[in-house]
Ligand binder design. Structure first.
Ligand code: DGY
Length: 328
C-alpha cells in the first residue's frame, strides 16, 4: 500500500468527477447501483483502513459502520441532506461530516416546478391518453387542470431550495406563503412571501410544497391531521425527504379525496416498491428522487463532496460541515 490517504467512495461515479481525488488518494469505489443502506461487502471489508468515506444519501452511516472504521477522518456526503448520517456518532468520534449545499439548489427547484406543473396540468394522464388512442378530438373540457396564475403556493421550509422554488413560482404568478421555524424578513420582501403558521398555510394553499430537511421534528409533519386541513382541491408536492409525509395517511387522503393529487420525488420507503399502492392511484405522480439529477448539478455535487473529503483527510476544516461541534 502507498502512503497516500485511502478513501472509499460508496458508488461508481464518472472518472472526471473524481479526478482531484485520484490525484492524491488511493481510491476504492463501490458499484454504481448499490441499493441497500449498507456499503457493498468489498467496501465494508476495507473500512478498517479508510481515512475518508464519501457516501451517497442511500448509505446509512451509523455507529456500526463507524466502529469498523477506526481511522476515519471524514465522512463526505454527496447530498445536501444528511439524514442518512448519524451526526452525533460522528461528532463523538471527532469525525466531521460534509454535505453539498448550494450547488443543487437551482436544479432541485427546477424539478420541483416540473412535477408541480406536471400534476397541476395532468401531463402524465394527458400524454398517456394521446399515446394510447384516447385523443379523438379537441375537447373543451378534456384534461382540465389547475391554474397557477393567482393561486397560492405554500412552501414548508424556505431554505435555499424553498427560496429558489418561490423565485420560480413568482414568475408563474403564484402567491407565496411559507412556514419555517424562523422567519426571514429579507426573503419575505424579496419574494413577496408571507409567513403563516402551518395550519393556516395548509388551509389556504392550492399547492403545498414540502422542502424542509428530515429531522425528528419534521418526521411525519404531513400526517393525517395536516392532510385533513388542506383544501380538497389542493396538490401536495414533496421534493424533500419521503418520511416528512406519512405515506399511509397520504394514501387515504388521495383515495378518499381529502386532497386532489400529489407529486412525489421522494417517498417512504425509498425506493418505493413497484407494488406499492400509491402507484395505483391516478392522482399520485411519482419520480425516483431525481431532484438533483441534472448533469452539471450532479458533477458539481461530486466535486464539492470530493473537496470536503480531501480537506477532511488533510485534517483541514471542511468547506461545508454539518457538525461543526467537531471543531470546538
Ligand atoms: C440531497 O442532496 O439531499 C438531494 O436529495 C439529492 O437529490
Amino acid at each position: 500500500m502507498s502512503n497516500k490517504p485511502f478513501v472509499i467512495v460508496s458508488h461508481t461515479l464518472p472518472e472526471a468527477w473524481l479526478a482531484k481525488l485520484v490525484e492524491t488518494c488511493e481510491v476504492l469505489v463501490g458499484p454504481e447501483t448499490a441499493v441497500t443502506p449498507a456499503l457493498s461487502p468489498e467496501l465494508e471489508a476495507q473500512l478498517p483502513h479508510a481515512d475518508g468515506l464519501m457516501t451517497m444519501l442511500t448509505v446509512r452511516v451509523d455507529e456500526a459502520l463507524l466502529a469498523k472504521a477506526p481511522n476515519l477522518r471524514v465522512v463526505s456526503n454527496m447530498a445536501v441532506g444528511t439524514d442518512n448520517v448519524d451526526k452525533a456518532a460522528c461528532t463523538a468520534r471527532g469525525i466531521p461530516v460534509g454535505n453539498t449545499p448550494g450547488v443543487l439548489t437551482e436544479g432541485t427547484a427546477d424539478l420541483a416546478m416540473a412535477i408541480l406543473l406536471a400534476v397541476a396540468r395532468r401531463l402524465p394522464e394527458a400524454s398517456r391518453d394521446a399515446r394510447e388512442g384516447r385523443w379523438t378530438t379537441w375537447s373543451p373540457t378534456g384534461w382540465l387542470g389547475a391554474d397557477l396564475n393567482g393561486a397560492t403556493l405554500g412552501i414548508i421550509g424556505l431554505g435555499q431550495i424553498g427560496s429558489a422554488i418561490a423565485h420560480r413560482a413568482r414568475a408563474f404568478g403564484l402567491n407565496i406563503v411559507y412556514h419555517n421555524r424562523s422567519r426571514y424578513p429579507d426573503k419575505e420582501q424579496a419574494l413577496k412571501a408571507t409567513w403563516l403558521p402551518l395550519p393556516d398555510l395548509l388551509a389556504q394553499s392550492d399547492f403545498v410544497m414540502v422542502s424542509t430537511p428530515l429531522t425528528p421534528d419534521t418526521h411525519h409533519l404531513i400526517n393525517a391531521a395536516a392532510l385533513q386541513m388542506m383544501k380538497p382541491t389542493a396538490i401536495l408536492v414533496n421534493i424533500a425527504r419521503g418520511p416528512v409525509v406519512d405515506s399511509n395517511a397520504l394514501l387515504t387522503a388521495l383515495r378518499d379525496g381529502w386532497i386532489q393529487a400529489a407529486a412525489l420525488d421522494v417517498t417512504d420507503p425509498e425506493p418505493l416498491p413497484a407494488d406499492h399502492p400509491l402507484y395505483a392511484l391516478p392522482n399520485c405522480f411519482i419520480t425516483p428522487h431525481i431532484g438533483s439529477a441534472a448533469n452539471g448539478t450532479r458533477r458539481a455535487m461530486a466535486e464539492l463532496a470530493v473537496e470536503n473529503l480531501l480537506l477532511g483527510v488533510q485534517g483541514e476544516r471542511l468547506k461545508h460541515c454539518v457538525n461543526t461541534a467537531v471543531y470546538q
